[in-house]
Design a protein around this ligand. Structure first.
Ligand SMILES: Cc1cc2nc3c(=O)[nH]c(=O)nc-3n(C[C@H](O)[C@H](O)[C@H](O)COP(=O)(O)OP(=O)(O)OC[C@H]3O[C@@H](n4cnc5c(N)ncnc54)[C@H](O)[C@@H]3O)c2cc1C
Length: 386
């Protein structure tokens, strides 16, 4: 059974769905071609749906009776991804990772100058950890360095595969930094696009999420004011791991959007498409595909909403976050490919949404840590338990 919704929850879901279908869906083709970006529509969504009050309620400690505020964010992300996983990606990075990290860890000035404008959709943010030589081993292999020089830090290095990099106005850049006792620490720095020494590359051409621009960031003696170190002071590495957990735990909701849309399209098509004188839905081989897709839908929905509704999305054990990212990523790819098979030749055509979803789904197994990294981290966490 799909998640049972009360009246309030149904209404909210409908509002999000209507906005995405009416305002965003007609622009998806242009976004995918790189002719438009998601950001004007993200701004419109924040204003028209009053997401700022939603953010304020979600951030408050009180939990209302029907846990409405805990239901809002995953539902919003799912509804975005049903229409455009690229849109959800751009939103997730600018609002979730860039603004989210600043709102949780920033100084009052950083919150005012970067966190709030990004939350309101007035500033586009990027989150820059990965480097050309440091992907899965992002912290160990990191070459970007920050050196203190008077009232500035001087950053040198480069980042790659950075979502929003071609259009971002500010970047949360992770760099190695020497602590007073000589040990290396990894710190996050808020770097403005206009910062001398910072440049970005052209958007990459890629397999999927083509509506989400991805690119490189180069720092060549990039001078960042002391005030722009996240949180205002040098910290131990722990906060980087927490940011990674945040990144990983957001992926299942995007996966659910992909799975939900692909299942819906596949069921409708299977009932309508006639071959050998009857709907293909009558054939057990088609039913077997639909049954497995539905099973994935139920499990992924359970993973997404169970954690949110329990109010412990970011406080789950590491193994649970990895398990969610691992399973939901694999299921998004599986379900989208099954949908392509059910639609046959039409499924392979660009005109049908499942073709795009099948290409988009693959990044769910790579971004925010590959499947292999989820497995290794999960196993380590479980085996270290008493
Ligand atoms: C579209 C897109 C958007 C992205 N957005 C961002 C972003 O906004 N910010 C950001 O910082 N990064 C971003 N990334 C980067 C992403 O997080 C990395 O691509 C990912 O972590 C993998 O790193 P890598 O590509 O260098 O692969 P590698 O680490 O080189 O891995 C290559 C292969 O080796 C495997 N492997 C590596 N180590 C091991 C091991 N110890 N044991 C077994 N197998 C192993 C991997 O699982 C993988 O299959 C994005 C990537 C893409 C494609």
């Amino acid at each position: 059974m799909p998640l049972e919704l009360n009246e309030n929850q149904r209404m909210i879901k409908q509002t999000f769905r209507k906005f995405m279908e009416k305002e965003v869906e007609p622009h998806v083709e242009k976004m995918e071609a790189g002719e438009e970006t998601a950001f004007p529509f993200i701004k419109k969504m924040i204003d028209e749906l009053d997401l700022m009050s939603m953010y304020a309620t979600t951030a408050s400690a009180e939990v209302d009776e029907d846990r409405l505020q805990l239901f809002l964010w995953p539902t919003l992300i799912v509804e975005m991804a049903r229409v455009s996983p690229s849109f959800a990606f751009g939103f997730g990075v600018s609002i979730g990772l860039f603004a989210g990290n600043i709102m949780r860890r920033g100084t009052p000035e950083q919150i005012e100058h970067y966190g709030m404008p990004a939350l309101k959709g007035d500033l586009i943010g990027a989150w820059a950890l990965t480097e050309p030589g440091a992907g899965s081993d992002a912290l160990g292999g990191m070459k970007t360095r920050a050196v203190k020089d008077g009232d500035h830090y001087v950053l040198n290095g480069s980042k790659t595969f950075i979502t929003n990099a071609p259009c971002a106005e500010a970047f949360l850049v992770y760099a190695k930094y020497k602590l007073d006792d000589g040990r290396d620490s990894v710190q996050a720095f808020i770097v403005d696009r206009g910062c001398p020494g910072l440049t970005t590359g052209q958007p990459f051409k890629k397999m999927g999420v083509r509506g989400s621009p991805t690119g490189e960031v180069f720092m060549d003696d990039c001078r960042v004011p002391l005030a722009n170190i996240l949180g205002g002071g040098v910290k131990e590495r722990d906060h980087v791991k927490k940011s990674l957990a945040g990144e990983r735990s957001g992926i299942p909701a995007i996966c659910l959007g992909i799975i939900d849309r692909c299942f819906e399209v596949a069921v409708k098509y299977a009932k309508e498409r006639q071959q050998f004188g009857q709907p293909i839905a009558n054939y057990q081989l088609m039913q077997a595909r639909l049954a497995r897709m539905y099973t994935a839908l139920m499990n992924v929905e359970n993973i997404v909403f169970k954690e949110f509704l329990a109010g412990r999305r970011l406080n789950q054990p590491v193994a649970d976050i990895c398990a969610g990212k691992l399973y939901c990523g694999e299921m998004a790819t599986f379900v989208a490919n099954e949908a392509v098979m059910i639609l046959g030749g039409y499924g392979y055509m660009e005109e049908y949404v499942v073709e795009r979803m099948a290409r988009d789904a693959k990044i769910m197994e790579i971004g925010a840590g590959t499947t292999e990294m989820q497995i290794l981290t999960l196993a380590r966490d479980v085996l270290e338990r008493d």
